[in-house]
Design a protein. Structure first.
Lengths: 364, 1069
């Protein structure tokens, strides 16, 4: 066999989950999940008897990475005792202040701290890699790259396949499958997209753990095998322990916390959310006897979840149409507020909330 | 809306019950626990079901549990109602299955689809019939005993009324809600513009977190700077190290080069000495060669070579040109003959005649062009005339010079647009007016005639009603007199008794005469008083009866007056009149529309006539007044207009072409005249002008060619002169060369060279000179080399070779990774300079290494202080989100408070005048005329005033009976106001008159009777039933006691469901 390598990317160690509205212990646990994922990757590489581990960038987040995490990465990759080739990405560019530059990396770890594509030879295979030396690189990675004819050539890069840009993702280093083939590469091992996919000439393993509520795709490592005949095979294997999910629980008709808890447990079983990171939004019409405190609920119902948080969007039941027909102060208030319901979405929400507060106060 | 019947299958304690209600006033009488409250709830449930609109399902379950039949059995009921428009509905509810069905009782049709459904899918029957929710109905139209009892506390009326106006609930005032909202806001967010509270604390925390994040980012920036510095210093160190290595290599290379140079020099000297000695040996025999005559020989050889070369050159050139000379001479003869031929063809053309050639050529050319164009112009004129004829044939007699169809089309468009617009407007007006007008008109005339009587009927009805009220008031006054004189009668009797006692005592005890007289006087007075009392009370009783009869007569009269119109009161008839007037207004509007439509149709016809006349005046057929026919004419006119334009254009083209043809002929003639005149001047025959002009041009061309040939012959003569010169020069050069050869032979002879051939002799001389010079050079070189060799030891070469080897090895060690080009560049420098630079860079490198070590130490130190930026960002995001939520919540609270305040003010402004107008008329009867005027404050506080008082008195200060009645009426007035314009709801009053004494009870019941609502009064007080029995409008329903109900239910269970009639008989009136 010519070469067997395990490829991963987009681990984003020390990521901030502020943009996902995930805070405190919940966020800290997710960062610990990411570290654990790196250890699992090393173990999987050893188990698969890989000759090499490649990383398609965004191993950590430069803006947030601590020295301790950097030391952890160095230690973990060093202990792997396998050659490791890293192509820095836009989140971990090889800036002067990057651990890639200021730390002494073990002999088995190679960081492609250069913007031009350079070959690294492993057995009979040439792996061409380049890294981000600054966070924003818009240039096309394979522009003016001369075609490689002889031998087996692979591409390792943090880049964006412009033929399949996921929604909401900012593309860096644009690349196309046709360019990969024209340049003579047998396959491109890429990073940047967090959903794992593999195609004829391009593989994104995805982030080893999901990093946000919208990352519902696959989260894998890619085992690439090149045999003596030069035939190539890519196998995506899921590696994530967590899944992020936003669920909705209708509390209409519930009168006690026990019922809410039962609904949460039923949701966990039905949706197979064991060990998941869950944001549950409570909706529907709340019974007058039901008091919903998200913190208490989270404590009560957290069994079986890695993280569970509640958001209360339920409301006391009010018949606005009927109230608006009353010739009373309450009815007049409802009419005025309903008429006021125009303009921005925030204003509409404020009016809706004002209605809820006032009608609740009338009912209590 | 009126309830007519309720059938209860099972509801709480009531089972198998069937009750019918009167259209206006009903009283349900029964002892405690007879089920009056249950019946009231059953009525509400019949209308609305168990579900309350804005309550959770749990409330429904609670209510169902409460009202499920105590004795088991089906949980359900049916309610029959009649609406204001006479529709009779039956509402059947299966409360277990939570289903409801509504039927039209006259047709039996199910009307479920006419009612809207609530969120849980149930039909909103009560809501749609009465226009208010269940809560509002029960809070306004239903008054319970407990609520009335609460009025015993002063001040509660005001609060209860305010609460009703604010929330249609007896104890929820807007002020309480506002207080609660403000309290919640302060607790959860803080006071508006306050400096304490959760919002303020959160802002402070966010500021602190942002400060920490800024510090952390600053620390990271410092790390970036340090890392950059470290990189720079590292790069500097590496660069200095490279330079030092390069300089070391260059230094060694320089030394190596020096050693090699020395070694090479020693080897070269030894080798050169040996070679030079060998070379000198070869030239020894030319040591005496006459080298001093070398210059003379060189000069003579040079002269000889030059003369020979010149001679050969001229001879060659003479040979080269001889053929050319012959060729030129032949060519000259040929040209001479050609010139003579051209001169003959020129026929004596001179320079002056040649000057006229361009004019003749131009005239000839122009004339040719004109002749070519003439037929084309002629054809064009013919084609245009043909096209005009074809167009004219398409519309025989309609297209010609004086027929301006484009102008006619514009005129047609104007008239057509006017007709079209009027036509469409008329059609639209007719459509709006509708087609069913005539029958409706007849109905309208009939209605107008019938409703002319209505004002008189209303007047009569009002008089009857006024009479009823007057008689009632008089009867009441008589009752009052009756009561007053009953007191007088009793007083008289007491007085008589006392007088009898005194008289008896006087007779027994012998009282003095005056005292006895007084006693008898008292006795007389008592008898008189009693008699008067009996007489007056009797009169009052008779008057009451008389007044009540008169009232009944007035009622009968009112019924007779109003019954034909299908109404119960003059107010209803007045309402019907208003509706009738609205219908009249509607029909009048439709009549006006019809008139407008007719007028517009006439205008459209006038426009149509104008259009047809216009079209007829142009010789076209007149179209029918339809859009299709007129559109056809419009298309015809448009076609004529377009063809007229095409005919005009073709005619104009034809005229233009004819004009051009004529002009062309004139021009051709003029050109011919000018050509004749010119040829005549030049002496050519003018009769055939074109041929003569062509001959003239040919002669001119021949004359010009003859001139050109003569010029060429002159050029050939000059060229022949030059070609004959080289032959003459070659003879002179040969003589000079022979003289130089003789002088050279005289010089060669002393050197032993006897060759006659000058070339070979020259070679022999040159070889001798070479050898002689080599001998002399070898001698000088040997002397010089021996001088350079000097006194050096013989083994110097070996030691130098050893040095070179050592240096080469050192260089190979030092030069690994060093740029060879840079080394070569440095190696060119002097050794001392190299050593100086190496020492300088070596110290720079050591300094840079120290600096890098310091930067790394500092960087490591700072890296440990960078902090957890991710956590800080997350905390800040949390705080911002919480802040945003709190701000939104604060805004919502402020909005709710502000809107509720405004709403409360607005509603009170609207409610107060309506409440006052309703209460004003009712106050006097229920207070027995004591209070007639009512005032309502901004806080809905009620104040009343007697006719003779100037100040108002708070209702709270009135007696409980009066207060409760005022409250009752105010509640009912509010119920009507809150209910809006929907069907007047049935009023369910549970012991609502508990505080009323007999007089107030009567007044209150009278006032209830005057309301437009159906009233169902629940009471255990038989007096109410007795009072109701006296009124015509009252329906009395008696409920059996609980034991009877229970027994009946048990009996019913025992007999199965076949015997519920016994219970019904007990409860049905």
């Amino acid at each position: 066999m010519a070469l067997r390598l395990l490829h991963f990317a987009d681990l984003h160690l020390d990521r901030s989950f502020a943009s996902e509205r995930l805070y405190g212990v919940g966020a800290q646990r997710r960062r610990e999940d990411l570290r654990a994922a790196l250890q699992r990757i090393i173990e999987r590489a050893k188990a698969a008897q890989a000759d090499l581990i490649t990383c398609g960038g965004d191993l950590f987040e430069h803006d947030h990475v601590t020295r301790e995490t950097a030391s952890f990465v160095v230690q973990t990759l060093g202990d792997a005792r396998l050659p490791v080739l890293i192509a820095p990405g836009h989140a971990d560019p090889a800036l002067p202040s990057s651990p890639y530059r200021y730390l002494r990396w073990p002999e088995n770890v190679t960081v492609a701290a250069h913007e031009d594509l350079r070959p690294y030879r492993y057995g009979d295979v040439n792996i061409w890699a380049a890294g981000f030396m600054r966070p924003d690189v818009a240039e096309a990675a394979l522009r003016d790259f001369p075609r490689r004819e002889a031998g087996t050539h692979l591409l390792l890069l943090h880049a964006s396949d412009m033929s399949a840009v996921p929604e909401g993702v900012t593309p860096y280093k644009p690349i196309l499958p046709a360019q990969v083939e024209e340049a003579g590469f047998r396959h491109a091992l890429l990073g940047h997209y967090h959903d794992g996919t593999t195609a004829e000439s391009i593989t994104y393993p995805g982030s080893p753990e999901p990093l946000g509520w919208n990352e519902s795709g696959r989260h894998c490592t890619a085992l690439l095998t090149v045999d003596d005949n030069g035939d190539l095979q890519v196998l995506l294997e899921d590696i994530n322990l967590r899944q992020f999910a936003q669920e909705t629980i209708d509390v209409t008709g519930m009168t006690g916390l026990e019922q809410v808890r039962d609904a949460v447990m039923a949701m966990r079983e039905e949706r197979q959310l064991n060990g998941g990171v869950i944001r549950a939004t409570l909706v529907g019409e709340r019974d007058h006897r039901l008091t919903l405190d998200p913190q208490t609920l989270a404590t009560e119902c957290s069994d079986g979840f890695a993280y569970l948080e509640f958001r209360d969007h339920s409301r006391m039941s009010h018949d606005l149409e009927a109230a608006a027909q009353e010739f009373t102060s309450r009815g007049e208030m409802v009419r005025k507020l309903v008429d006021h319901k125009q303009g921005s979405r925030q204003e509409e929400e404020a009016v809706g909330r004002a209605l809820q507060l006032a009608l609740d106060a009338f009912d209590e | 809306m009126q309830l007519t019947r309720i059938e209860i299958e099972g509801f709480g304690s009531l089972q198998g019950m069937d009750l019918r209600f009167g259209p206006t006033m009903n009283v349900v009488v029964g002892p405690n626990e007879a089920g009056k409250s249950t019946l009231q709830e059953a009525i509400v449930t019949g209308l609305y079901g168990l579900q309350s609109g804005d309550r959770a399902r749990s409330a429904l379950v609670e209510r169902a549990d409460r009202w499920r039949p105590w004795q088991g059995g089906n949980f359900g009921l049916a309610l029959e109602v009649v609406l204001e428009d006479g529709t009779q509905l039956r509402i059947e509810r299966d409360l277990d299955a939570e289903t409801v069905r509504v039927f039209d009782m006259s047709t039996g049709a199910e009307l479920g689809d006419r009612f809207e459904r609530d969120a849980s899918g149930g039909l909103q029957v009560g809501r749609q019939l009465l226009g208010v929710s269940r809560d509002i109905y029960t809070n306004t139209a239903c008054i319970s005993r407990s609520e009335v009892l609460r009025l015993e506390d002063a001040g509660t009326i005001k609060e209860a009324i305010v609460a009703l106006a604010d929330s249609a609930h007896p104890d929820r005032t807007a002020q309480k809600v506002l207080d609660r909202l403000r309290q919640e806001r302060t607790h959860r967010i803080g006071k508006p513009r306050g400096r304490t509270g959760p919002l303020h604390d959160l802002e402070a925390r966010l500021t602190e977190l942002e400060r920490q994040l800024a510090a952390a980012r600053q620390a990271r920036a410092a790390v970036d700077e340090l890392a950059q510095k470290r990189e720079t210093v590292s790069a500097l160190t590496e660069a200095e190290l490279g330079i030092v290595q390069t300089l070391e290599a260059a230094l060694l290379a320089s030394r190596l080069q020096d050693a090699r140079h020395r070694l090479e020099r020693v080897d070269t000297l030894d080798h050169a000495l040996a070679e030079e000695r060998a070379r000198q040996e070869e030239h020894t025999r030319f040591a005496m060669f006459p080298l001093d005559r070398q210059a003379e020989v060189q000069e003579l050889r040079s002269h000889l070579r030059a003369s020979r070369e010149t001679q050969a050159d001229f001879e060659g050139r003479a040979a080269d040109t001889s053929a050319q000379v012959q060729q030129l001479e032949a060519e000259r003869q040929k040209l001479d003959a050609e010139a003579q031929g051209h001169e003959t063809r020129a026929r004596g053309i001179d320079e002056a005649a040649l000057g006229n050639e361009p004019a003749v050529r131009e005239l000839l050319s122009t004339l040719n062009v004109a002749d070519t164009q003439a037929p084309e112009v002629h054809l064009r004129a013919q084609a245009a005339a043909e096209e005009a004829r074809r167009i004219a044939e398409r519309h025989p007699g309609l297209i010609g010079n004086n027929l301006d169809w484009p102008a006619r089309q514009m005129e047609f468009q104007r008239v057509f647009s006017e007709w079209h617009e009027r036509h469409n407007v008329a059609l639209e007006a007719r459509r709006r007016a509708g087609a069913e007008l005539p029958p409706r008109l007849e109905q309208l005339k009939h209605d107008i005639a019938r409703y002319k009587e209505v004002p008189d009927v209303i007047k009569n009805g009002q008089q009857a009603e006024e009479s009823m009220r007057r008689e009632e008031a008089m009867a009441e006054r008589a009752r009052s007199r009756q009561r007053t004189f009953l007191g007088a009668l009793l007083g008289g009797l007491l007085l008589t008794a006392m007088a009898i006692l005194v008289a008896f005592l006087a007779l027994q005890g012998g009282m003095p005469l005056p005292l006895s007289g007084a006693a008898f006087f008292l006795l007389g007075m008592g008898v008189l008083s009693t008699g008067i009392g009996i007489w007056v009370r009797g009169a009052a009783v008779r008057e009451v009866d008389r007044r009540l009869r008169a009232k009944d007569e007035a009622r009968v009269k009112r019924r007779e007056i109003l019954q034909p119109w299908g109404v119960r009161s003059s107010a209803e008839l007045q309402q019907a009149l208003v509706e009738h007037l609205q219908k009249v207004r509607y029909d009048a509007t439709r009549l006006e529309l019809d008139r407008q439509a007719t007028e517009l149709e006439e205008r459209a016809q006038v426009a149509g006539r104008s259009l047809r006349e216009l079209v007829g005046s142009w010789g076209l057929p007149q179209p029918a007044p339809t859009e299709e026919a007129v559109d056809g004419v419009a298309r015809e006119v448009e076609s004529l207009s377009q063809d007229t334009l095409a005919w005009n254009a073709a005619s104009e083209r034809s005229q233009d072409a004819s004009r051009a043809e004529s002009e062309m002929d004139q021009r051709r003639e003029s050109l011919r005249q000018r050509l004749h005149s010119l040829l005549d001047q030049l002496g050519f025959d003018r009769r055939e002008a074109l041929g003569a002009a062509r001959d003239f041009i040919a002669s001119c061309e021949a004359a010009r060619t003859a001139q050109q040939v003569r010029t060429r012959i002159e050029q050939l003569d000059a060229q022949l002169e030059q070609l004959r010169a080289p032959g003459q020069r070659s003879v002179a050069e040969r003589a000079k060369a022979d003289d130089y050869a003789r002088q050279l032979a005289a010089v060669y002879a002393p050197a032993g060279i006897a060759e006659t051939d000058m070339e070979r002799a020259a070679q022999a001389w040159d070889a001798g000179v070479g050898h002689a010079e080599a001998y002399r050079a070898s001698s000088a070189r040997l002397t010089e080399l021996e001088g350079q060799r000097g006194t050096a030891p013989n083994d110097e070469g070996a030691s130098l070779r050893q040095l070179v080897d050592d240096l080469a090895r050192q260089i190979s060690e030092v030069s690994r990774g060093v740029d060879a080009a840079a080394v070569a560049e440095f190696a060119a420098l002097p050794l001392a300079e190299l050593e100086r630079q190496r020492d300088q860079h070596r110290s720079s490198k050591e300094r840079a290494q120290e600096e890098r070590a310091r930067a790394e130490e500092l960087l490591n130190d700072r890296l440990t202080q960078t902090g957890d930026v991710a956590s800080l960002e997350e905390e800040i995001a949390t705080a911002r989100e919480q802040l945003q939520e709190l701000e939104a919540e604060a805004h919502a609270y402020d909005l709710a408070i502000e809107t509720l305040e405004a709403a409360a003010k607005s509603v009170r402004r609207a409610v107060i005048p309506r409440l006052k107008s309703q209460l004003q008329g009712q106050l006097s009867p229920i207070t027995n005329g004591r209070y007639r005027d009512v005032r309502i404050g901004d806080d809905l506080a009620l104040q009343v005033r007697t006719q003779d008082q100037r100040t108002y008195k708070d209702v709270d200060n009135l007696s409980l009976g009066t207060r409760s009645l005022i409250y009752l009426l105010e509640r009912l007035a509010l119920a009507r106001i809150i209910g809006g314009n929907a069907e007047p709801p049935p009023l369910l009053l549970d012991e609502a008159l508990v505080h009323a004494d007999r007089r107030r009870l009567s007044a209150a019941m009278n006032e209830l009777g005057r309301l437009d609502h159906q009233v169902i009064l629940f009471s255990k007080d038989e007096a109410i039933a007795e009072r109701a029995e006296k009124g015509d409008d009252w329906t009395i329903i008696r409920l059996p006691g609980p034991a009877l109900v229970a027994a009946s239910a048990e009996e019913a269970r025992a007999n199965g469901s076949a015997n519920p009639d016994q219970v019904e008989e007990e409860v049905t009136t």
